[in-house]
Design a protein around this ligand. Structure first.
Ligand code: HEM
Length: 284
């Protein structure tokens, strides 16, 4: 179905949404049509994505855009991704890889190893610290997508639960998980192509349905659970995927990790501008 009418209508109203929210950036793109970093073609793609998330209902989409903008103004996810230094304990439980020869929607992959956590209180007990790190990983992955490339405008997320036990599913872990699930559901619509859960211990597989109940319906359909890591290759292949998961890379995930380093990775112009402005204001 052609939705160009809704896209045009919504693009025409972005200026007023920006005014109402007091903020003009979503997923690193400037959405104020009068702004110097505004790019028509990209914003049309972004607006299409947002409309799709809310079933092409204009009023509902507008309401959600305002909520997303207000949340981004307050939470500052770009800072979580590109400025803040997160505790080294998080390095072990998350990674971002690129998978350039992967299938459509499978060129950017985030990984979480929540089963390797020895001390759940240390990781999930300070929930804000955890949330800022997890959102930062999400934003770094978003930054590697290209909304103008129909093969790279969605990402894959993998949860590897190797080593997980029911003892590690503490109250803190449950609270942190449900907070992230809600936050991703509310503020990151239409970014996932698939989310895979691998090495899920048989005794914990019931958690799949338990967690799924918190997830929005459209996302629920994208979740796939499997017993072993190597089964992942039935769904995800490529040079950004290590052999233990059935991919074609001989390197372990640690070596494939994309580490954000400003000197090596060029951030989009508007993201750089916003970050530089923030740094300048901190110095003043
Ligand atoms: C030690 C045990 C576990 C911990 C600490 C944990 C942690 C988390 C966290 C932090 C999230 C938030 C989303 C994210 O970070 O991407 C999440 C989501 C989720 N988890 Fe787990 N989890 C555990 C076990 C399991 C198991 C065994 C399953 C079964 C497959 C499972 C299924 C899910 C599902 C379906 C979601 C929602 C997906 C989403 O909306 O992102 N979890 N979990």
């Amino acid at each position: 179905m052609d939705h160009s009418k809704e896209v045009t209508q919504l693009v025409g109203q972005l200026g007023s949404l920006v005014k109402e929210a007091g903020y003009d950036e979503i997923y690193g793109y400037q959405i104020d049509p009068t702004g110097e970093f505004y790019d028509d073609a990209t914003i049309e793609k972004l607006v299409y994505k947002l409309l799709k998330a809310y079933k092409f209902e204009l009023q509902d989409t507008k309401k959600h855009i305002i909520e997303i903008l207000k949340w981004r103004r307050k939470f500052d996810p770009l800072s979580a991704a590109f400025l803040e230094k997160h505790a080294p304990k998080f390095d072990k439980i998350g990674a971002l890889t690129l998978n350039p020869d992967g299938a459509s929607g499978q060129k950017v992959v985030t990984w979480n190893f929540y089963g390797t956590i020895d001390d759940p209180q240390d990781v999930f007990g300070h929930v804000n610290e955890f949330i800022r790190w997890r959102v930062g990983l999400m934003e770094q992955a978003l930054n590697m997508l290209d909304l103008n490339d129909a093969d790279n405008d969605y990402m894959v997320q993998v949860h590897d639960y190797k080593g997980a036990s029911l003892f590690s599913m503490t109250g803190d872990a449950k609270k942190a998980s449900t907070s992230i699930i809600r936050l991703f559901g509310d503020y990151y619509p239409e970014v996932l192509s698939k989310k895979f859960f691998v090495n899920v211990p048989a005794l914990m597989s019931f958690l799949f349905n338990a967690f799924k109940s918190f997830v929005a319906e459209a996302t629920r359909r994208k979740l796939v659970m499997m017993r072993n890591g190597s089964e992942l290759s039935e769904y995800l292949k490529g040079s950004g995927v290590p052999k233990i998961y059935g991919g074609s890379s001989g390197k372990p995930l640690d070596e494939l990790k994309l580490v954000f380093d400003k000197s090596k990775i060029k951030l989009p112009a508007y993201v750089s501008y916003l970050l530089e402005t923030k740094i300048a204001n901190q110095v003043d």
